[in-house]
Ligand binder design. Sequence first.
Ligand SMILES: [Zn+2]
Length: 265
Amino acid sequence: MISITTDYAAVSRGNPRPYLRRIAEAGFTHIHWCHQWDSDFCYDSSEINAISRWLKAYGLQLLDLHGSMGPEKNWASHRPHERAAGVALVRNRLEMTAHLGGDAVVMHIPSGPPSGALRRSLDALQPVVRSTGVRIAIENGQFPSIITLLSEYPPDFLGHCYDSGHANMTNGGGIGGLDQIKDRLLVVHLHDNDGQRDQHKLPFSGTVNWPSLAKTLAASAYKKPLSTEANMGCHPGMTETDFLSEALSSMEELDAMGRKPNLVV
Ligand SMILES: [Zn+2]
């Protein structure tokens, strides 16, 4: 059982159906919903129902979903009306995820120490998390602010999304960052880079220490299928079929690494 992001083809707008079909044909069983991850788009029930039908038709399951800190509906905004609209946008994604059978919504937070505005939004969303059973997973970013928030809010409300590419960059915190909060890990964004730029390359094609990450993931709270956020836009020259096949096998390889006892790092 392996998952991939729905925007693997560097397209996160428009009709998602063709990508769902190709994901299923490539042999994936799960998806990380990443369409509209950075927009103010609010999903209507008619759209959520259509997505539900497509997932059933293709035999796919929603693992988790990337929520949006939209350009104007922004849950961390200091402008009250923008923040209220941002909270409504996160609520939309929590309810969508619950309807589609996922268990977590990934959210970004601004750099720097968590603000009062962000905390007010988190407080406002606690009843929605309780009623939907879908938790919020804060993506790295900077680990210190995530660690602060995780210390302030309970595990049945707030957790962590580990992005292996973000962590691999200069000052990204590395696998050691994850190690500090691995008991709160809810979602994974697994991809690779050269340590300099956020490239979203296929795992094992950059400088991420995958054996070390496999060991940390195996010791973490994360028990769901592995999920890649690799993007074929970073692999010009590869066909879509080859990219999806490589993405699947990279996750299977990582999965096998994590199951090996006494893994030498
Ligand atoms: Zn990510």
